[in-house]
Each structure stands twice: as structure tokens, then as C-alpha cells.
Ligand binder design. Structure first.
Ligand SMILES: [Zn+2]
Length: 280
């Protein structure tokens, strides 16, 4: 039976090869970057830099799992997310192993859980670093470590979907759909919620009536069509709102907000919007 959903819904299907590859990629990121992260935070004591490093350590693990999982044709976001969180925890553990090795100049070196835990307790009594002449120990230090682990896991969670991308999958042809970037040369959408409703009720004029905009306009709309190159039977539309602003230093910043993602189109509507896009 054909699904009546308005938007693409992933099948949840997965395969052992895809999951194994995602696991290996995440494990590689957790170990190699765990090493880099531990040594960098030990030798470069700049709080702001370390904070970013903590987040990007987690982000890289999540991104690797998402990206490789998608290359391995895994259509199950929840499973990839759980895999990535598990590897994030392993990443935190690796970071501890390597940090202890760095702090002891290679003298203390163990992957054994109870040995690592013993070292952690000893470090908590002594303190690991000082800030403004204050050396946190005990409960305070455990809280800092807990926050650090939370930032790493937050990085992991935010990265998985970024790594996966948002393209739909064609189950009949066993492939991801290919995307056609149609245009960015139409004006911004004034009322995204109303616009979404119009599009969902197949009133595509809402899109086609958007006036043409200069490529450098402050508000633009990005229109992306996707279709299956195998069967030409699956069509989707994704629309983003792009707002450009210039800050006080004269730096141009662009902010993208998703208005709709993977709205299902029939072949006729797909062709119609494709033809409309050709005039830009
Ligand atoms: Zn197909």
C-alpha cells in the first residue's frame, strides 16, 4: 500500500555491512581524536579553545557515524544515533586514558577500567589544573568532568543528522535520491507556516508566485528538488529560507532556516516546478 504521508519517512531498514562500517568509522574517530583531544587539552591550557575542542571532538564522532552510515545505506536514524552515543561514551573513555598518559608523561598507561578509575580518583584528590589561582578538586572537579562529557555527547548528538544528510532513499531501486538545486533567485517567504500549509495542500502557486530576487538580496528562498534516477517514480521538494545580514564589522552572515523538508510530489508537480525553475 502506498503511504499517505505528506513527507518522506525513512523505512528504518538497515544492513550489517552499513552498521559495521559506521561502527568502525566512529571507533577510529573516538580513538584517534581521543588521543589528539587529550594531548591538546593537556598541553594547550586555553579554556575557550578547549571548550570548542571538546564540542568538536564529540561532533567528529557523530559526523563520522552519520556519514559512513549513510554511505553504507543505513535508513535508520535512531539506530545510527544510538551507535554514535555509544561511541561517544567510548570516546570520553579514550580521552581519559590518553589524558592520564599525557599528564604522567607516558608513565601511567592503561585501558583497564578499574585502573583508569583509580587514577581518576587520585587526580580528583590532587586537582588537575588551576584557574585564577583556584585548583578545583573533589566534587567540584567531578562536576567539571561531567559537564565535559556532556558537551562531548551533545556534540555527538548534533552531528549525526549533519553527517547523514537529509536525502530520501528509494527502496525499490536501493539508492539515495539525487538532488537538483533549482534556484536561490526568488524572494524570501514572508509567512513560512502559511506557505507550508499551501504547499501541503498542493497549491504550488505559493512557490511559483514568489517574485524574482537579486542573488545578493537580503531575503532569498532556496528550492531543491529530488528524484530517483532509477525509477523516476519518487519526487521530493525541500525549501530553505536564507537571510543575509551584515554585522558591525562588515562581515556578511547568512542564516538558513528550513521551511519544508522532503515534501512528496507526484511526477506532474515535479515536472511543473522543474520547468518553472528553468527561467532563473
Ligand atoms: Zn527508484
Amino acid at each position: 500500500m502506498e503511504s499517505t504521508a505528506l513527507y518522506y519517512q525513512e523505512s528504518g531498514k538497515t544492513n550489517p555491512l552499513g552498521i559495521s562500517l559506521a561502527l568502525m568509522a566512529g571507533l577510529a574517530a573516538a580513538s584517534v581524536l581521543g588521543f589528539v583531544y587529550a594531548y591538546a587539552t593537556f598541553y594547550i591550557p586555553i579554556i575557550y579553545f578547549n571548550f570548542l575542542l571538546t564540542y568538536f571532538f564529540g561532533f567528529s564522532i557523530g559526523y563520522a557515524v552519520g556519514k559512513v552510515g549513510s554511505l553504507g545505506k543505513v535508513r535508520n536514524g535512531r539506530m545510527l544515533l544510538l551507535t554514535a552515543i555509544g561511541l561517544g561514551v567510548i570516546g570520553v573513555y579514550f580521552a581519559w586514558v590518553f589524558w592520564i598518559a599525557a599528564a604522567s608523561e607516558g608513565g601511567l598507561w592503561s585501558f583497564n577500567l578499574s585502573t583508569v578509575w583509580l587514577f581518576v580518583q587520585l587526580i580528583a584528590m590532587e586537582g588537575a589544573w588551576s584557574i585564577f589561582g583556584f585548583t578545583p578538586t573533589g566534587g567540584t572537579l567531578y562536576l567539571v568532568w561531567l559537564a565535559e562529557a556532556a558537551i562531548i555527547l551533545f556534540g555527538v548528538v548534533t552531528a549525526v543528522s549533519a553527517g547523514r544528510g537529509s536525502k530520501p532513499y528509494c527502496e525499490s531501486c536501493d539508492q539515495w535520491l539525487s538532488a537538483k538545486h533549482l534556484t536561490e533567485r526568488v524572494k524570501g517567504i514572508a509567512n513560512p507556516i502559511g506557505f507550508r500549509k499551501e504547499m501541503e495542500s498542493k497549491n504550488y502557486e505559493a512557490l511559483k508566485n514568489l517574485p524574482e530576487a537579486d542573488p545578493a538580496a537580503r531575503n532569498r528562498t532556496s528550492v531543491q528538488l529530488m528524484s530517483c534516477s532509477g525509477c523516476n517514480n519518487q519526487h521530493y521538494l525541500t525549501i530553505d529560507k536564507i537571510e543575509r545580514s551584515v554585522d558591525s564589522d562588515g562581515k556578511v552572515k547568512e542564516e538558513t532556516t528550513r521551511v519544508l523538508e522532503n515534501l512528496k510530489l507526484d511526477r506532474l508537480a515535479y515536472q511543473d516546478i522543474l520547468d518553472w525553475g528553468k527561467k532563473f
